[in-house]
Write a protein that binds this ligand. Structure first.
Ligand code: SF4
Ligand code: SF4
Length: 398
């Protein structure tokens, strides 16, 4: 079934057409390596807004990875930017990253580290400072290049005085350099607008793909004009692995194509990808500096056309119609973590952490008014029932 919002896809596909002819790819990018980095010629680097940092076009997203040889391979491929979180695996991921960097003899000045924590209203300056100190300790470093407030989902999530007060104090102490927000929910456009208007957020990290987020490129361009940097992630538009595998017949790489597409926007500094194997590093390094081919454009177009009703954009448009207040976008996202990314344990933990009324527990017996509210014509009801079974393992329990 075709999406009911053809304007969005038309604009994106027009971009794909431009990218295929080489009009977008590489514009405004700097091919030079930062001083001191032992990078092969093929990696490229872009300034991160006004932060004074230069990032590799590919960022090593370390979610769930504890693998020094993999980090070594990424470094050798010229990747200098690493993205983690104090909250992934309760901080163990930062420990793994710090340990690996130490073991590999990485010079701190040659890498850019992005990390952070979820900072919400009601917290205190001392708690935020403690979170920053915790990340420094676990990473075994004296400073963090980009400190991030995670899971921003509404402009209100940015109205936290304690965050700015703590960040200023930490910056004066030399512990942090730039402040970022990170988010992947459907309410990102207002969040990005609020950050631009406020002026204290220096880097935007968010979900960006070729079928979602109408109008975000125009927002990004205004952000760039104000010197706000952008690092994007989740470029795979839902990570529907089975369908992607079918599309890749003939030696294409879906992920490489989506990274190329994202890098075609000169207002984006880097694309963060969760790296789990060596082939990915080879594939994605090849995405840097090379335009989308005609075959890759055809693949992305086909995915957009065929996956229009199967891919949840996490836009939350359907949630107001749910009498029970189910967190549809979150449930769908956790289901994607489980079946698309293979992060089963984390997905189930996140689902367990939702208040019971926000889970899809009640969906099975519901007439599903949410389905008519989805602008993309998605089978919301069936997917929520399946997601609940998967994330709570009710099938396994019988
Ligand atoms: S199926 Fe019913 S309970 Fe579940 S999200 Fe839709 S409206 Fe809400
Ligand atoms: S099911 Fe549809 S309306 Fe609901 S969050 Fe997903 S894409 Fe948006």
């Amino acid at each position: 079934m075709a999406p009911r919002n053809p304007g969005i896809d038309r604009r994106r596909l027009l971009q794909l057409g431009a990218a295929a002819s080489g009009l977008l790819v590489g514009c405004g990018a700097s091919p030079e390596a930062p001083a001191g980095a032992a990078a092969p010629a093929e990696m490229r680097y872009r300034p991160l807004g006004r932060t004074g940092l230069k990032v590799s076009e590919l960022t090593f997203g370390s979610h769930g990875v504890d693998n020094p040889p993999l980090m070594q391979a990424a470094l050798e491929a010229g990747v200098t930017t690493f993205f983690t979180s104090g909250e992934y695996l309760d901080g163990r991921e930062e420990i793994a990253m710090g340990t690996a960097m130490k073991a590999l003899g990485v010079r701190r000045e040659n890498v850019v580290i992005i990390t952070g924590s979820e900072v919400r209203r009601g917290t205190t300056k001392s708690r935020v400072l403690a979170a920053i100190d915790g990340s420094l300790r676990r990473l075994g470093t004296d400073h963090i290049d980009v400190y991030t407030t995670f899971d921003v989902c509404s402009p209100a999530d940015l109205q936290v005085d304690a965050l700015y007060e703590a960040f200023d104090e930490a910056r004066q102490a030399g512990k942090v350099k730039a402040l970022a927000l990170s988010g992947h929910c459907g309410g990102m456009q207002p969040c990005l607008e609020a950050a631009i208007a406020d002026g204290r957020i220096e880097v935007l990290l968010f979900k960006y793909d070729f079928v979602s987020y109408p109008d975000v490129d125009e927002i990004l361009h205004r952000a760039a004009e104000k010197g706000i940097g952008a690092v994007v992630f989740k470029t795979n538009a839902g990570a529907r692995h089975k369908e992607i595998k079918d599309l890749e017949a003939g030696g294409l790489s879906f992920q490489r194509a989506t990274v190329k597409w994202a890098l075609g926007n000169p207002d984006i500094s880097s694309v963060a990808v969760t790296i789990t194997n060596f082939k990915q590093i080879r594939d994605l390094t090849a995405a840097v500096g090379s335009p989308l081919t005609t075959a890759e454009v055809a693949m992305l177009r086909r995915y957009a056309r065929e996956m229009g009703d199967r891919y949840c954009r996490f836009c939350s448009s359907c949630e107001a119609s749910c009498p029970g207040g189910v967190a549809v976008a979150d449930v769908m996202r956790y289901a994607m973590y489980f079946s698309g990314y293979g992060r089963e344990k984390e997905a189930m933990q996140r689902y367990r952490d939702l208040p019971r009324t926000r889970t899809a527990a009640a969906c099975a017996g519901c007439a599903a008014p949410c389905e008519a509210a989805c602008p993309f014509g998605r089978p919301v009801h069936a997917e929520l029932v399946a997601a609940h079974r998967m994330l709570s393992l009710t099938e396994a329990r019988g």
